[in-house]
Write a protein that binds this ligand. Structure first.
Ligand SMILES: [Zn+2]
Length: 486
């Protein structure tokens, strides 16, 4: 890991040199000066901030502002226009002649919240952002959402004029950027940003740096990331906190951590995210990134991840490296949870449709599962596995987990409990007759019956130190290929 003040060239010319065209001096009055100065420079990163407002049955999108971020567009140009088939939502940037300039799928906090009990009783707003390359003409941003049949339908359209004098060009407060892993110009690489939250200034240089490096090591120990390590840059920003830690409202603790990451999202004790998207984007804007994970200096196990929005992971748990990789699976590739025995904050769907997530299926057509080309020869569909025994153990594990929480026992007790669970589950799943095969195993996506996963075990199913299943690996690799074409 090395340190770099991105915007002070004399401090770290080594990093700035290959990225010279990417860094824009925010003292310049406007973007046109940049183009005049360096005609070969990449477009700046633009951002449309908006609100999603509504309740369980309604949704209104409204414009907040259009922002010019301080750095250049970090992704390949052209290839980004490829339509995406993942996410609850999709946004597209259309030129004046209707041609597709940019497209990206995403999921949102609002959409998740809509399936909570609270959403049936109150209307709320959540802030979101869409980032796209600086437009050279008037463009239209079109947001689509999947309907009940998972088909994208337009829900909002807004016009963005690059000459609009009200576009916000004031840069946010500068941040120091460190390079955990640097393999080339951001435009050619997958750029992953790790943000520290709840670390005091002295802890940023020590604990955050160590935690970040541990997460990098954990990530590149897993396929397909290991084989594609050279296609990644990993950056870090750690805005110093006045006091150590993050908020945990259920225990009466609220802290002004710089990114406002918090436990208890949607009333779920271990669900960890930030709802302060404006602050998140202002800090993140100083590093090139397509993906952003908050490393929270928390006091207990926790995490969360939304496709193409952000992920957050508590660094308090002995299982933090596992949680990091798992949550990145959600954030990076839109992978679904393959587990189904833990309580979650959501209500089950009224009717079962084929999920859009690549790694779970409703198996509505048993002769043609969505990963049919990866099936093991002669595998039975659905694929037998010791489901009843697994569920009996899971029930016991869950009871013990609740006892540990209710008793306020130290995090080491939870780590020990997870290790005990891991040993029993590995013994059960690892020797099953269909272990290692690709089939359709019933139980996934928070539902014991309606959905199926492709292998008996996976990073998205248990904490058993197993690889991503092959279906997940393929889904992750497709995203890597999008931002770092092979
Ligand atoms: Zn999987």
């Amino acid at each position: 890991m090395k340190c770099c003040f991105w915007v002070v060239a004399s401090v770290c010319f080594g990093l700035l040199a290959p990225l010279g065209a990417q860094v824009v001096d925010d003292d310049r009055p406007d973007a046109s000066v940049v183009s005049d100065t360096d005609p070969a420079s990449l477009p700046r990163t633009w951002r449309l901030d908006f609100y999603q407002t509504g309740d369980a049955g309604s949704e209104v999108l409204s414009l907040d502002r259009v922002v010019v971020e301080p750095l250049a567009w970090p992704s390949p140009l052209g290839g980004e226009a490829l339509p995406t088939d993942r996410g609850v939502y999709r946004f597209q940037v259309l030129g004046s002649d209707g041609r597709l300039i940019h497209s990206r799928g995403f999921s949102s906090i609002f959409a998740e919240w809509q399936s909570t009990v609270e959403a049936s009783t109150v209307r709320r707003s959540f802030h979101e952002s869409l980032r796209f390359p600086e437009p050279s003409e008037i463009v239209e941003i079109v947001v689509e959402r999947r309907d009940a049949d998972n088909v994208f339908q337009e829900i909002w359209r807004v016009r963005v004029d690059p000459a609009d004098p009200f576009t916000v060009r004031i840069p946010p407060p500068r941040q120091e950027v460190i390079a955990f892993e640097e393999n080339g110009a951001p435009g050619d690489k997958v750029d992953l940003l790790l943000l520290g939250d709840g670390y005091r200034e002295a802890d940023c240089a020590s604990a955050f740096a160590a935690h970040g490096q541990q997460m990098v090591d954990a990530l590149f120990a897993q396929e397909p990331f290991a084989a594609r390590r050279q296609d990644f840059n990993v950056w870090g920003i750690c805005p110093p906190a006045a006091e150590s830690g993050i908020s945990r409202p259920s225990l009466g603790r609220q802290l002004a951590s710089p990114l406002r990451s918090t436990y208890d999202v949607f009333g779920s004790a271990r669900y960890l995210l930030t709802l302060d998207n404006r602050t998140l984007r202002a800090v993140a804007a100083w590093a090139p990134y397509e993906f952003v994970v908050i490393l929270s200096n928390g006091d207990t196990y926790g995490g969360g991840g939304l496709f193409n929005r952000h992920a957050a992971v508590s660094m308090a748990s002995g299982f933090r490296d596992y949680v990091f990789v798992h949550e990145l699976g959600h954030h990076f590739a839109g992978l679904a949870d393959e587990y189904y025995t833990s309580p979650v904050a959501y209500q089950p769907p009224d009717r079962v449709t084929e999920p859009w997530e690549p790694n779970v299926t409703a198996l509505l057509d048993t002769g043609n599962p969505k990963w049919g080309d990866l099936l093991s020869p002669d595998v039975a569909l659905p694929t037998p596995w010791p489901k009843g025994t697994f569920e009996r153990y899971a029930s016991q594990f869950q009871s013990r987990r609740e006892e540990i929480r209710a008793g306020g026992l130290p995090e080491s007790e939870m780590d020990a409990h997870f290790r005990s669970q891991q040993g029993i589950e590995k013994a059960l799943l690892g020797v099953s007759e269909n272990a290692g095969k690709v089939g359709a195993f019933q139980g996934a996506n928070y539902d014991a019956e309606a959905f199926y996963r492709s292998e008996i075990d996976c990073v998205m199913f248990t904490r058993n130190e197993v690889p991503f299943c092959r279906v997940c690996q393929r889904a992750l690799e497709a995203v890597i290929n999008r931002y770092a074409p092979p």
